[in-house]
Design a protein around this ligand. Sequence first.
Ligand code: AMP
Ligand code: ZN
Length: 114
Amino acid sequence: MGCLFCQIVEGEIPSEQVYEDATCLAFRDIRPQAPSHVLVIPKQHLDSLWDLEDPELAGQLLSAAAHVARQEKLERGWRLIANTRSEGGQEVDHLHLHVLGGRPLGSMLPSAGV
Ligand code: AMP
Ligand code: ZN
């Protein structure tokens, strides 16, 4: 209860969905950091990647992220980010993967902007 992304899964909060399957949902980030910025989440609530112990679900999430990258036509390159827990920069406590692309992303260090 009270989880923003669970509310998105339930359709209680609107989102721009780009992909859905039995276990995962993907929707556009409301504050995009790149031309393509999509969040891929498990429909089932997990607080973060710290709590992901099911290898099947891990594979489904990764597979969904790759599907989104192809759907977004990110053949030039893209990045997957999982901010995890407070010192990892996580703001929403429902596991999510950021799919970012559509511009040169440069260094992988946070000081470079992503
Ligand atoms: P993180 O820092 O990894 O927890 O990122 C959370 C992300 O969720 C941020 O990039 C936000 O812009 C994004 N976000 C927050 N609320 C929403 C929402 N209602 N719909 C889509 N994205 C959201
Ligand atoms: Zn949740």
